[in-house]
Design a protein around this ligand. Structure first.
Ligand SMILES: C[S@@+](CC[C@H](N)C(=O)[O-])C[C@H]1O[C@@H](n2cnc3c(N)ncnc32)[C@H](O)[C@@H]1O
Length: 350
C-alpha cells in the first residue's frame, strides 16, 4: 500500500503489484475528481465526522462514500481517525472551494470527461507525435473550450487562476523586474500573476494578453475601474496571428509548453517582431532536467502532447528554442516552486 500522501505504489512493493497499481492509478484520478464533484471537502470542518454524516451532507450512499474515502485516505487525502470516521488532511483541505491556492477546480478539470477521452488515445498521440484532440472533437482544445463547452472553458480558466496563486508568490520573489516600466503577460489567463506583480511594483505598468473570452473574465482589479486599472491594459487577441504589445519584459507562464517547437518558435518570433530591442522574454515553465517534481512534469509533458501536441522541455531544449526564434538565450533560474524562469532577450540589432 502507498504511504499516505505519496503518488504511486510503495517502492518496496513486488514488481507485479507495482505495475498493477500503476495500471489502475486512473482510479486515483477518478477518486479525487469524484471528491471534488461531491464537494466532500466543503462539508467537513475541523472536527472528524462519521461517514454517515458526510454521506447525508453530500447526498451519497453511505457504503459507497466509505469506499471512496478509504481509497482517498490511502493517498493522504482525508484521514480515518477511528473506524468509519474521517478528518481533513493538508491535501484534502486543498479540495475545499474556499482554500487559498486550492486545487478543487484543477481536480474537476483533471478528471473531466474530455480528459478521459483524450488520455484514452495517448498511444495514438505517441504514434503520430500529434494531439488527438482534433480527431476526437474535430477542433483544437481552446476552440472547444471557448465555443463548444464554455462552462468547461470557465473551469479551465478558474483552475489556472487558482493553481497560479500557489506559484505567483515564488515567481514574484524570483523575478527581478528592475528597469521594467511595462510588463506584458502573454497568455496570462485571468491575470493572477500580473496582479501580484503590479501590486509588488507600484511604479510599473502591465498588459494582460489572452484570448477574448479569457480577458473578458480578467481579475476585477485589472479592469479599467479596478484598483490596478490605471496601470493595466487588457488586450484580447490570438498570439498565433499577432501580439500587438510593446513591453520591456514579456512573460509566458505555462504557455510555451502547449506548443510543439515550430509553433513555439513562430509565437516567440511574433512577440519579438513587435518588441523593442533588448526586451526580455521570460518563459515560466517546468524544466524537465531541473525540476524537483519529475512525477508531475513528466505527466504534464504527456498531457501537453495528447491535448495540444505540445511538450515540456529540458534546459538545452529551451536554449535551442530561443536560438531558433532569434532570441539570445540568457539563463534559467529556479523559483523554489515547480517552475523555472527561462530568460532570453530580443537582440539589439535586427
Ligand atoms: C495553461 S494556460 C496558462 C495561463 C496562465 N499563464 C497561468 O500560468 O495560469 C494557457 C493560457 O494561454 C491562453 N491561450 C491559448 N491559446 C492562445 C492564443 N492563441 N492566443 C492567446 N492566448 C492563448 C489560454 O487562454 C490560457 O489562458
Amino acid at each position: 500500500m502507498a504511504e499516505p500522501g505519496t503518488a504511486g505504489p510503495a517502492p518496496g512493493m513486488e514488481a507485479s503489484l507495482r505495475l498493477h497499481a500503476l495500471a489502475y492509478s486512473l482510479g486515483v484520478t477518478a477518486a479525487v475528481t469524484a471528491a471534488a464533484r461531491l464537494s466532500l471537502a466543503d462539508v467537513l470542518d475541523e472536527e472528524p465526522q462519521p461517514v454517515g454524516v458526510l454521506a447525508a451532507a453530500v447526498g451519497a450512499d453511505r457504503e459507497a462514500l466509505g469506499q471512496l474515502l478509504r481509497a482517498l485516505a490511502c493517498h493522504g487525502v482525508f484521514r480515518e481517525t477511528e473506524e468509519g470516521t474521517y478528518a481533513h488532511t493538508e491535501l484534502s483541505r486543498l479540495l475545499r472551494t474556499d482554500a487559498p491556492a486550492g486545487r478543487r477546480a484543477m481536480a474537476l478539470l483533471a478528471g473531466a470527461p474530455f480528459a478521459w477521452q483524450i488520455w484514452s488515445r495517448l498511444d495514438d498521440a505517441v504514434r503520430t507525435g500529434r494531439s488527438v484532440f482534433p480527431d476526437v472533437y474535430g477542433t483544437t482544445l481552446f476552440q472547444h473550450l471557448h465555443e463548444e463547452e464554455p462552462e468547461l472553458g470557465m473551469l479551465f480558466d478558474r483552475a489556472m487562476a487558482k493553481s497560479g496563486e500557489a506559484t505567483s508568490a515564488a515567481v514574484a520573489a524570483a523575478l527581478d523586474l528592475t528597469g521594467t516600466a511595462t510588463l506584458a503577460d502573454i497568455g496570462g489567463g485571468r491575470g493572477t500573476l500580473l496582479k501580484a506583480l503590479l501590486e509588488q511594483h507600484p511604479g510599473m505598468g502591465g498588459v494582460l494578453f489572452d484570448l477574448e473570452k479569457v480577458v473578458a473574465a480578467a481579475d476585477p482589479s485589472l479592469r479599467e475601474d479596478g484598483a490596478l486599472g490605471d496601470r493595466c491594459r487588457l488586450v484580447a487577441g490570438d498570439c498565433h496571428v499577432d501580439v500587438p504589445v510593446k513591453a520591456d519584459t514579456y512573460l509566458l507562464k505555462g504557455v510555451v509548453h502547449m506548443w510543439n517547437d515550430d509553433t513555439a518558435v513562430a509565437v516567440l518570433r511574433t512577440i519579438a517582431r513587435n518588441a523593442p530591442a533588448e526586451a526580455r522574454v521570460i518563459m515560466i515553465e517546468q524544466v524537465l532536467d531541473a525540476t524537483r517534481n519529475p512525477e508531475i512534469a513528466t505527466v504534464m509533458n504527456l498531457l501537453m502532447l495528447v491535448s495540444q501536441g505540445g511538450r515540456e522541455r529540458t534546459g538545452g531544449e529551451f536554449r535551442a528554442l530561443c536560438e531558433r526564434a532569434g532570441l539570445e538565450f540568457r539563463h534559467i533560474t529556479g523559483t523554489g516552486s515547480a517552475v523555472h524562469l527561462v530568460e532570453a532577450v530580443v537582440p539589439g540589432r535586427r
